[in-house]
Design a protein around this ligand. Structure first.
Ligand code: BES
Ligand code: ZN
Ligand code: ZN
Length: 500
């Protein structure tokens, strides 16, 4: 199924839809009855009405004059957050995916205040879009192109209907932004979903190059393994040396049309597969480790969106792509390696590799004197233990940047929580033979990992986001987050970039 989106208003003449989605607040059954009106006398429809309560994300289909009316719950009016609208949009999209319909309408709610209207409609559009993502994976013949797939040729047109004709221009302009950021999210999801055998360092580099080729505002510099050696990125190269795939780095730069107010660096962990190396992971822990490049996928997702969205800041996207494998050539527990700034690191566990690659990436990023830098990484299982699979942990050395990030995350509905850079825990990563060691014991594992990174940050305002939990989901707890890579962080980072 391929989706196209349309935008219109209620008074416009249009062909009847097979499915019409309407939003219904908790307990507001009168709303459903008024839409159904005289059109149905079906006893069973009204019986279902009584069971449908309108809680956030719930949905209920009723037979209607020409097709189906899908009532979607938005919960209690008083306690309703912006995210309830996104979740309701997600509930619609999730159902559409399972139906072979060609014409669908989503009736946007009437909102008096224009600033609220903008946010609510955007949240709805975003929810519907995000839910419609499908990973065109490997079912059936892998060789068969998507275009040959009969399913892909059916087109579903989803039309969003504004209550008033005068609102159509603003609606289409919100829609453009939403579509651009969702395309960024979709790219991030697909990169995470693609198995490591098809998404190694070289493939990640090619994705970055293709993005740059499509925008005159984006440039892409590739750091070959040799260049990385010349630059002294010894920590990253040590992680990658056990793999038959060469390590490679990427440095994307987005330059705004007007003179930039600020320079922001986005850094992503890009371990294309994390076997643990010689400190090898047990089978269960290794099963999902194709996702260990999710940080870089988020950075690429942001740049994908920047091919269509304008921001006023200069954006640097940096990742050092490696594969962490055991082999005769692999780095070993006990080895001492040297990061780009000369710091010596005692490696006591080759599975704590993300922080090693990020150390070099952070040092490299600072050579461009950014006003702020944000790294995203599937860094620790400990962060998942602390905050669960839905919430990312973050650490920062700067309260202003923290406020900005928190505001952006609230607007986009992505869940983040601050954890402390507890200075006294630096003791835990002291090494007897080198400047620092790469593990700090079981207790406070997400914090000691962040403290390790902090050691490579000089004066720059910085945020480290540990996305090991929310980068990936198998639970489908909400419609707008289908199984697999979530694209977590793309929308929040875009919102943050636009706040400057
Ligand atoms: N990539 C993992 C972290 C991870 C775990 C991501 C689960 C997503 C889901 C990371 O490289 C790792 O292995 N960390 C170790 C660190 C330990 C050896 C200090 C961990 O968390 O166990
Ligand atoms: Zn690891
Ligand atoms: Zn890892």
């Amino acid at each position: 199924m391929a989706y196209t989106f349309g935008y219109t208003h209620q008074a416009a003449k249009r062909a009847p839809a097979e499915l019409t989605a309407v939003f219904v607040g908790k307990g507001d059954l009168a709303a459903v009855k008024s839409v159904l009106g005289q059109a149905t006398t079906s006893f069973s429809a009204f019986a279902t009405i009584e069971k449908f309560k309108g809680t956030v994300g719930s949905a209920c289909a009723f037979p209607h004059a020409d097709g189906v009316l899908l009532a979607v719950g938005t919960g209690e009016t008083k306690s309703r957050t912006m995210d309830a609208w996104r979740q309701a949009g997600g509930a619609i999209g999730k159902r559409l995916k399972h139906l072979q319909l060609t014409r669908v309408e989503v009736m946007l709610p009437t909102v008096a205040k224009s600033s609220d209207r903008e946010m609510i409609w955007q949240a709805i559009l975003e929810g519907v879009h995000l839910a419609l993502y499908v990973f065109h994976g490997y079912k059936g013949s892998v060789a068969k192109a998507a275009s040959e797939n009969p399913e892909a040729s059916t087109e579903q047109r989803v039309t969003f209907v504004a209550p008033d004709a005068r609102q159509l221009t603003t609606l289409t302009s919100y829609a453009r932004d939403v579509q651009a950021s969702c395309e960024g999210v979709f790219l991030a999801r697909t990169l995470v979903n693609t198995p490591s055998g098809h998404m190694g360092p070289q493939e990640l580099v090619e994705v970055a190059q293709k993005i740059a080729a499509r925008s005159k505002r984006i440039s892409c510099e590739v750091l070959s393994q040799e260049t990385m050696r010349d630059m002294g990125m010894g920590a990253t190269l040590a992680v990658g040396q056990g793999s038959s795939k060469e390590s490679q780095g990427v440095h994307l730069v987005y330059t705004p049309a007007k003179k930039a107010k600020k320079r922001i660096a986005l850094i992503g962990k890009a371990v294309t597969f994390d076997s643990g190396g010689l400190s090898i992971k047990p089978a269960d822990g290794m099963m999902t480790m194709k996702i260990d490049m999710a940080g870089s996928a988020t950075v690429l997702g942001v740049f994908e969106a920047l091919t269509q969205l304008a921001v006023d800041v200069e954006v640097h996207g940096i990742f050092l792509a490696v594969e962490n494998m055991p082999s005769g050539n692999a780095y070993r527990p006990g080895d001492v390696i040297t990061a780009m700034d000369g710091t010596s690191i005692e490696v006591l566990n080759t599975d704590a590799e993300g922080r090693l690659t990020l150390a070099d990436a952070l040092v490299y990023a600072q050579t461009f004197k950014p006003d702020a830098m944000i790294d995203l990484a599937t860094l620790t299982g400990a962060c998942v233990v602390a905050l669960g699979e839905e919430v990312a942990g973050f650490f920062s050395n700067d309260t202003k940047l923290t406020q900005r990030l928190t505001r952006a995350a609230t607007a986009t509905g992505e869940l983040i929580w601050e954890l402390p850079l507890q200075a006294s825990y630096k003791e835990l990563i002291k090494s007897k033979i080198a400047d620092i060691k790469n593990i700090g014991g079981r207790a406070g594992g997400a914090i000691t990992a962040a403290l390790f990174l902090e050691r490579f940050v000089k004066q720059t305002p910085w945020i480290h986001m540990d996305i090991a939990g929310p980068a990936y989901t198998e639970k489908e707890t909400r419609g707008d987050m289908p199984y697999g890579g979530t694209g977590f962080g793309v929308r929040t980072l875009l919102d943050l970039l636009r706040s400057f």
